[in-house]
Design a protein around this ligand. Structure first.
Ligand code: CMX
Length: 136
């Protein structure tokens, strides 16, 4: 696997409306999109920092992945996402290397990206997302 760049860093927050003004000041740029991803039970807010994005994640369901994360660990870095070309092949390669996949096949994430997660128990504690921009 050879990712082209860090696509985004996902940060779990309790409230987008509380966190957005802080990140707008910190990064000196406006939040350019807010999107609900029903499937993932989150509302997301995006900022661009060069080629990489910051994705704020607010849970819409305490039993969803971000709701459970905040309950257990509190707010903070939730996942790291790498941009790859050929996500299906990359997942096969990763699996063949003994890394546990959460998603065996890609699914749709925010911004129409195709995404798949690797389990933090086989990635040294970092929930890892691989994503492919099919719009480019
Ligand atoms: N980073 C690191 N470790 C994590 C983690 C995270 N984000 N979330 C959970 N874990 C750890 C837990 O602490 C736990 O470790 P211990 O057993 O040592 O306590 C272990 O993983 C299992 O956690 P769990 O609470 O028992 O299991 P969950 O049901 O919460 O599932 C996970 C965890 C990662 C499999 C699940 O959150 C998942 O499938 N995530 C992928 C989807 C996702 O996160 N979507 C939100 C973002 C969507 C988007 O970006 O659009």
């Amino acid at each position: 696997m050879k990712p082209s760049h860090i696509e985004h860093i996902g940060i779990a927050v309790k409230s987008l409306s509380d966190a957005i003004p802080y990140y707008e000041k910190l990064l000196g740029t406006a939040c350019y999109a807010i999107e609900e991803v029903k499937d993932q039970r989150v509302r997301t807010a995006f900022f661009k920092v060069g080629q990489t994005k910051i994705e704020l994640l607010e849970s819409t369901d305490p039993e969803g992945p971000v709701g459970k994360f905040i309950e257990k660990k509190g707010e903070g870095i939730h996942h790291l996402a790498f941009a790859v070309d050929g996500l299906e092949n990359t997942l096969e390669e990763v699996k063949a290397n003994g890394i546990r996949l959460i998603d065996e096949t890609p699914r749709k994430g925010a911004e129409g990206m195709h995404i798949a997660f690797l389990h933090p128990k086989s990635t040294f504690g970092v929930l890892t997302e691989l994503c492919e921009d099919k719009n480019k």
